[in-house]
Design a protein around this ligand. Structure first.
Ligand SMILES: NC(=O)C1=CN([C@@H]2O[C@H](COP(=O)(O)OP(=O)(O)OC[C@H]3O[C@@H](n4cnc5c(N)ncnc54)[C@H](OP(=O)(O)O)[C@@H]3O)[C@@H](O)[C@H]2O)C=CC1
Ligand SMILES: N[C@@H](CC=O)C(=O)O
Ligand code: NA
Length: 428
């Protein structure tokens, strides 16, 4: 078979890893697919920028269209990021019959359905394994490994930057700002780290996992999102004291055909395997009706882990080329979307309340829970001997989101509660 020619859009953290793997593993790759894989052209933003790999200057261009429109190129590997303009490049490349490999979760979360429809029309492959949980083959697992099952819950640590921050805050008592800076220097964080810390990056990844897992069209607006910027050292300390770890969890769960998807800082029981996932590592826990509980663990970001998934997708495209089956394996959502209401979403909650230090306070508070049908698993009063204020920590049993919202609303006008300091979902 003649060499397969690849056009690379982007030569940053991930693009550099892609070049390293394609060149460094060339013998292995070509023996798997039966032909050499050649990086023909690469688009970058700045031609003058120093690169940590050697690449022929003549292959570089500042114009992505030059790559897209090159008739010699069979596959476009998009690792430049961006959404609107990048979508135009991808659609035009598909129009020209080129196959796509992308690591771009922003693009796939927003326009995945449109891009996959176009891919089917053009009989082209679009693979995006690196877009969720960088080095973990979770997308392939959901599409192929679980094709025989009905997934009822997906729970993921899918943002490396925030897991790195929470782990360091928990283990080393490090400050939020210092750890975020480290994550940026290590190439984990997005160009604008707000997307990481405010949960948007994780939400985009949960859109992709939810759509594949539930075989429906999950959209960003369906995801209830809260990031980690409000998580304090005190919250983490209380979590640990009660036997939990604080994690930014994406949770997609389904009952019958109705589902909900959220991203929020969550207290996870230490005995749950996902509580032990630290640093930049990601993990995705998948519960299938037939298979039961499974979990997938690995590096979620960084040059080489992410590039591993990108190049594995490239290999899949080339194997399909050999078999002449490109574009036939796209997973297109087919189930009608039915979101759970707040009356159907239920989980345990942790609350930290600052209250008046006088008799009868606890009784008033527990009465409110009773009024809205929320039963309590544990109540601990003044758990911290160092604070001058009286504090109460409450863990509820499973309560509906609707009822918990009523409790919190009621608390706002309950005079004995000075402040609702924290509220977190509890899992495990
Ligand atoms: N970093 C990671 O760990 C992970 C990243 N991803 C995703 O992979 C993609 C790439 O990420 P990453 O490698 O970190 O990003 P970088 O910012 O490190 O690299 C982006 C690359 O694209 C080039 N580029 C950016 N804008 C343009 C433009 N308008 N025209 C031409 N070239 C452009 C840049 O050029 P120049 O070099 O000249 O600046 C650079 O080479 C993103 O979608 C990201 O979300 C997914 C999983 C993990
Ligand atoms: N910023 C992202 C990079 C990978 O998708 C993360 O921290 O996980
Ligand atoms: Na992946």
């Amino acid at each position: 078979m003649k060499p397969v020619k690849v056009g690379l859009l982007g030569l940053g953290t991930v693009g550099t890893g892609v070049v390293r793997i394609v060149e460094g593993h060339q013998e292995d790759l070509s023996s798997q697919v039966g032909s050499p894989i050649i990086i023909e052209k690469v688009s970058v933003k700045n031609l003058e920028k120093a690169r940590s790999i050697e690449i022929e200057q003549s292959k570089l261009t500042e114009d992505p269209w030059e790559v897209i429109r090159d008739p010699e190129i069979d596959v476009i590997v998009e690792v430049m990021g961006g959404v609107e303009q990048t979508k135009k490049y991808i659609l035009e490349a598909l129009d020209r019959g080129k196959h796509i490999v992308t690591a771009n979760k922003d693009l796939m979360a927003l326009y995945g359905a449109e891009i996959m429809a176009k891919a089917l029309e053009e009989q082209c492959d679009v693979f995006y394994e690196a877009s969720v949980a960088g080095g973990i083959p979770i997308i392939r697992t959901l599409i192929e490994g679980f094709s025989s099952d009905r997934i009822v819950k997906i729970m993921g640590i899918v943002n490396g930057t925030t897991n790195y921050i929470l782990s360091k805050m928990s283990q080393e008592d490090a400050s939020y700002e210092d750890v975020l800076k480290e994550a940026q220097e290590l190439g984990y964080a997005e160009a604008d780290p707000t997307a990481d810390v405010e949960g948007l990056d994780a939400a985009r990844k949960m859109v992709i996992l939810g759509s594949l897992g539930f075989r429906t069209n999950v959209e960003l607006s369906d995801v209830d999102v809260r990031g980690i910027s409000g998580v304090s050292k005190e919250d983490i300390a209380y979590a640990k004291k009660l036997g939990y770890e604080m994690k930014l969890l994406g949770i997609a769960d389904r009952q019958d055909d109705e589902f909900s998807v959220s991203v929020q800082p969550t207290m996870v029981k230490k005995s749950h395997p996902i509580a032990a996932v630290n640093g930049v590592f990601n993990a995705v826990y998948v519960h299938g009706e037939a298979v039961g509980e499974t979990m997938f663990y690995g590096a979620g970001a960084g040059e080489m882990p992410t590039a591993t998934s990108v190049v594995a997708d490239l290999v899949a495209v080339v194997k399909n080329l050999k078999l002449g089956v490109n574009g036939l394996k796209a997973m297109v959502p087919f189930k009608q979307k039915k979101l759970k209401t707040d009356e159907q979403i239920a989980y345990k909650n942790f609350l930290l309340l600052e209250v008046d230090d006088k008799a009868g306070v606890l009784a008033q508070i527990t009465q409110v829970f009773g009024e809205y049908d929320v039963s309590l698993e544990s109540v601990v009063q003044s758990p911290n001997e160092h604070t001058p204020d009286a504090e109460i920590i409450i863990v509820t049993h499973h309560a509906t989101k609707a009822n918990m919202n009523k409790v919190l609303k009621h608390f706002e006008s309950l005079k004995v509660i000075r402040r609702i300091k924290s509220v977190y979902r509890v899992e495990g």
